[in-house]
Design a protein around this ligand. Structure first.
Ligand SMILES: Cc1ncc(COP(=O)(O)O)c(C=O)c1O
Length: 391
């Protein structure tokens, strides 16, 4: 069997499978909102899960050294990051990890920097834990986003601001940060003693010639004052299994993180999640390459469709992630009107730009990780709805 012969174009029914994306959507809505893929996981992952299920005994799991080895080998092979598996801490999800890291390495009332517009659950990780958000808005030149280093320096200089979340690659704007950007960012954080939470969950989904550079791999001092979150959940579409790895170089910080997870009763990986993660990291590379090629095809398809049929809308071409950030401001609609247009007229469920922060108003985030026929249907629905505006 050719394990990697995958038909990404095949539409697979997901309604009725307990899927957040599909089962929370009204039957007439086409969902392209939450960041998961409408593709089957790699065959090797499905085989590993079936094998584990066949064993029939599902008692408490223990962290498997072979899984850590697979993760370490993956990071070295894919990202040139030779990191000792000793530094790995299991956590079910990245978002719970971000919250725990904020609670451990900042004090109540302190500020945590977010580079906005950004993945909206970060806001709650900060505010629900009694810290406050300090915005370091990205600058947008009309086609590409960049970090505002002067503003970062200024915000970081406030002693009441003690941490920053680095979203790398960046959700929703699709930037893959360059080495130069990461070094500049890291130097500022070091200068002002900021703890860096590097969320690299999208790090495997990067389009050539861009290259994912793990923040902590650049400098020992960066590694010592940061925690990096990686997971197979975006890469291999395993988000529902809940498995992530938090990499913490500093021994004391790592122990504090592990102890906190113990205190929360979160020390044991789900046995299915771990089997799937290990199979994915060991055997999923060819599948990932095929996926990236398909996603690039989807990006090109959207770009072409917009140019031909919806020139008012503009795709901010992602360098990484399977997220399309689409500038709809030329339609001249308020955030509420734009949402109404998509949801009620076009009947597509997207993530509204403003939920990522005020600078996202007028943008839509579209998950591109679906068979092209679904993407085409969504775009046609949007075209029809937009055309109805001018009548
Ligand atoms: C940047 C980023 N971090 C974290 C998550 C979610 O991670 P988890 O499901 O492991 O909590 C997502 C999901 O879309 C994301 O885009």
């Amino acid at each position: 069997m050719d394990l990697e012969k995958i038909a990404f174009d095949r539409v697979i029914e997901r309604r009725g499978t307990g899927s957040a994306k599909w089962d929370l959507a009204e039957p007439d809505l086409l969902p392209l909102w939450i960041a998961d893929m409408d593709f089957e996981a790699p065959a090797a992952v499905r085989e590993a899960l079936i094998e584990r299920a066949r064993h029939g005994i599902f008692g408490y799991g223990a962290p498997a050294p072979s899984c850590d080895e697979a993760i370490a080998a993956w990071l070295e092979r894919r990202h040139g990051w030779a990191v000792d598996g000793e530094q790995f801490c299991f956590c079910p999800g990245v978002i719970p990890a971000v919250s725990v890291l904020i609670r451990l390495f900042t004090l109540p009332g302190e500020g945590v920097i977010l580079q906005t517009p950004v993945y909206y659950p970060f806001y709650e990780c900060v505010t629900r834990n009694g810290r406050h958000i300090v915005e370091n808005p990205l600058v947008f030149d009309g086609s590409r986003y960049a970090m505002d280093f002067d503003d970062l320096e200024q915000k970081a200089a406030d002693p009441r601001t003690t941490a920053v979340i680095l979203c790398s690659p960046h959700n929703p704007v699709g930037r893959v940060w360059t080495e130069e950007e990461l070094r500049r960012f890291g130097e500022i954080c070091l200068r002002h003693g900021l703890f860096v939470i590097a969320d690299e969950i999208h790090g495997d989904l990067v389009y050539r010639p861009n290259r994912q550079i793990p923040f902590a791999s650049l400098d020992e001092a960066f590694a010592a004052s940061s925690a990096t979150c990686v997971a197979p959940s975006k890469t291999f579409n395993l988000a529902g299994l809940q498995f992530s790895t938090i990499i913490i170089a500093d021994r004391q910080k790592r122990e504090r993180f592990r102890n906190e997870l113990m205190a929360l009763g979160l020390k044991r990986p789900n046995v299915f999640a771990q089997a799937a993660a290990e199979a994915a990291y060991r055997h999923g590379e060819a599948w990932l390459e095929a996926l990236l090629e398909y996603l690039e095809g989807n990006i090109a398809f959207v770009e072409d469709f917009l140019a031909r049929h919806l020139p008012q809308l503009r795709l901010i071409r992602p360098e990484g992630t399977y997220l399309a950030w689409i500038d709809c401001r030329a339609l001249g609609l308020s955030a509420q009107e734009l949402e109404g247009l998509m949801l009620h007229n076009a009947k597509v469920w997207l993530d509204e730009g403003h939920i990522f922060g005020p600078a996202g108003a007028g943008f839509e985030r579209v998950v591109l990780a679906c068979p092209r026929p679904i993407l085409e249907e969504a775009l046609k629905r949007i075209e029809k709805a937009v055309n109805s505006l001018s009548r």
